[in-house]
Design a protein around this ligand. Structure first.
Ligand SMILES: C[S@@+](CC[C@H](N)C(=O)[O-])C[C@H]1O[C@@H](n2cnc3c(N)ncnc32)[C@H](O)[C@@H]1O
Length: 595
């Protein structure tokens, strides 16, 4: 049954029915002595309304849409397990603070688990949940009359307005546990819902670490609440245990090098959010101790087996995803000698992406398209790059420019069929939303330059979880293009590309990438990451015999020239053009198994 839109148990109903003759003051006193809750009813009418509602059968209301409150209530089994884990780790708090307590499952689990609690604070914005928390607590103590209740305040309040300093002032010397599961919602979701369940801007900006959050544009409300509580409580005694998205933990740790909160023994226990909350997101229990040292690394465990699976965080002023692999490979953390490029971008896949079926080009609208061959190039996407050698593509695209901003009216005269096709589909180009296309020639593309037309490429997917590099060779003497989800470097000769791809797929490089790439990032591989690979140091770790074995045959001259050209201190911009002057390498190219 529901009262005040909150679930209520039969023992609580029974209790209120038996107490309905009491005055408002007497019932509050009785409730305090049983459950520890201060001012259970704020006014007489609340008590009257409750007893009336109980006596008439209350109709069950449909739950309103609560998306703006990031409402994912923790099930009792999970809150019990979490409190059990804390207890196992010798955490036995005197003060519990549940800043967005929902229906109160964490509060109940903490009462059940810890035996030294003196005071519990619960805060919740949604009134029915405030009631449900109170009913749950009352139910617990009605059924466990021998247990002495702590003092409890459940505030119907907005966490963004709550002054947590009142708690720290009152409980300076006591062991505090900040426990809970803040809302799982981002500010952009809130703005799409027209919700203002957000911190007030002024408070927000004064906050340590906030700059970083606002800088990202989209941030999680749970991240803000976590930072707010850590900044208030980390100087005191105690612990922090929050269920949050993994990205929240990562962001907090990323800032920890600057914010330097007094948090230590930082741990992340990964949960199965699909099973626990029916949401597909990487989430965990974020646990740390307050008021010890300032630590900047985290141990990552599986919540269910408690097995250590990874350690990540800061090492030598670098933020890394796997500290063990980083230790093994950090000597190659430096600067890549060429500029990694992103592939081409057109934002008109319906007409710009083609497949070749029985010798005919078919676009994404399933139309057969008649085009001159010159501007049509093979196209690889992230999903095509899984390592190995590629010289064919599933897809094709029309390359309308050789560099960004180039005039496109030449197509009309040189390639009339292509021009007719593009013109017929002009709407797909004019309606492109991105501002990069504004004021640019018709049918403009981006991510195009001399480098796109290099015959040989070494490429990697930005979107998929593979860290392997593919060697891309021309198809029928035509360079294959990559789309903007891929990164690549272009070469004039096959041997340069082959050696580079070998060096990038070596264990040390692969370990390094795995050490610095965060698997849960939307783009696991980024340009910044690739630019950190120090090819010069990989070369130092590579001997000629190894290459010889790999390639079957390679002349020592080829290897020496490759090395010489690479170690030269060129500026990155000039490097792409200067290095590997075709002539030099062509004369020393003695590869037998050209691949
Ligand atoms: C993810 S749920 C978790 C609830 C509870 N902590 C638990 O673990 O079951 C988040 C809770 O935050 C509450 N909430 C959302 N915005 C809030 C705000 N501004 N102030 C206080 N509580 C809020 C929601 O109503 C919801 O109950």
């Amino acid at each position: 049954m529901k009262v005040f839109e909150a679930n209520i148990t039969y023992s609580v109903i029974d209790f209120f029915e038996k107490s309905k003759e009491l005055s408002f003051e007497d019932i509050n006193e009785k409730l305090k002595s049983i459950s520890g809750i201060n001012t259970f009813f704020k006014r007489q009418y609340e008590f009257d309304e409750l007893t009336n509602t109980i006596s008439i059968q209350k109709k069950i209301l449909k739950e309103p849409d609560r998306s703006e409150y990031g409402d994912f209530q923790t099930n009792k089994n999970l809150s019990d397990k979490i409190c059990g884990l804390l207890k196992k780790n010798n955490i036995n708090p005197e003060i519990i603070v549940e800043p967005t307590c929902g229906k109160g499952n964490f509060i109940i689990s903490s009462i059940r688990t810890f035996n030294k609690i003196k005071y519990i604070y619960g805060i919740e914005i949604y009134k029915p949940y405030v009631w449900e928390t109170k009913f749950q607590i009352l139910d617990y103590f009605l059924n466990n009359p021998k247990i002495n209740p702590p003092e409890i305040d459940i505030f119907h309040y907005d966490v963004f307005d709550f002054n947590f300093k009142t708690i720290t002032e009152k409980h300076k010397e006591q062991k505090i546990l900040i426990l809970g599961n803040p809302p799982w919602v981002t500010n952009s979701k809130l703005s799409s819902l027209g919700s203002n369940n957000l911190p007030h801007k002024s408070n927000f900006k004064n906050h340590n670490g906030f700059d970083a959050i606002t800088g990202k544009g989209n941030f999680d409300i749970g991240e803000y609440i976590s930072i707010k509580l850590i900044s208030v409580f980390s100087e005191f005694n105690g612990h922090f245990a929050f269920l949050v998205k993994n990205s929240v933990v990562k962001n907090i740790l990323l800032e920890q090098n600057k914010t330097k909160y007094r948090i230590s023994n930082i741990r992340q226990y990964n949960i199965d959010a699909k099973k626990e909350f029916n949401v597909s997101v990487n989430a965990c229990l974020f646990l740390c101790s307050f008021n010890n040292q300032i630590e900047t690394t985290i141990n990552e465990y599986d919540f269910y087996s408690e097995k250590l699976i990874n350690k990540y965080g800061w090492c030598d002023n670098k933020f890394v995803a796997n500290l063990t692999l980083y230790q093994k490979s950090k000597k190659i953390d430096g600067k890549f000698p060429f500029e990694w490029r992103q592939g081409l971008k057109h934002d008109a896949s319906k007409v710009m992406e083609l497949e070749k079926i029985n010798g005919h080009y078919i676009n994404n609208k399933k139309e057969t398209v008649d085009l001159e061959e010159d501007l049509v190039f093979g196209l690889l996407k992230s999903s095509d790059l899984k390592g190995g050698v590629i010289d064919k593509s599933r897809k094709y695209t029309i390359v309308t420019q050789t560099k960004v901003g180039q005039a496109t009216n030449y197509i009309k005269y040189k390639y009339p069929k292509t021009y007719e096709y593009l013109s017929k589909n002009i709407d797909f180009f004019t309606k492109r939303k991105s501002t990069i296309y504004k004021g640019k020639p018709l049918f403009s593309i981006f991510g195009i330059g001399d480098y796109s037309f290099k015959p040989f490429k070494v490429a990697i997917s930005g979107m998929y979880k593979t860290t392997l590099f593919s060697l891309v060779k021309p198809d029928n003497n035509k360079p294959i293009m990559l789309d903007d989800t891929c990164y690549f470097i272009g070469f004039d000769t096959l041997i340069e590309a082959k050696i580079t791809s070998y060096l990038l797929n070596k264990d040390i490089t692969q370990n390094f990438i795995k050490a610095i790439a965060f698997k849960d990032a939307k783009r696991m591989i980024t340009k910044d990451l690739l630019m950190r690979i120090d090819l010069k140091n990989i070369i130092e770790e590579t001997n000629f015999e190894e290459l010889h074995k790999e390639f079957g045959y390679i002349s020592i001259d080829t290897w020496l020239v490759y090395k010489k050209n690479l170690v030269k201190e060129h500026s990155i911009i000039n490097m792409q053009l200067d290095l590997f002057e075709t002539n030099t390498l062509h004369t020393t190219q003695h590869i037998h198994n050209g691949g």
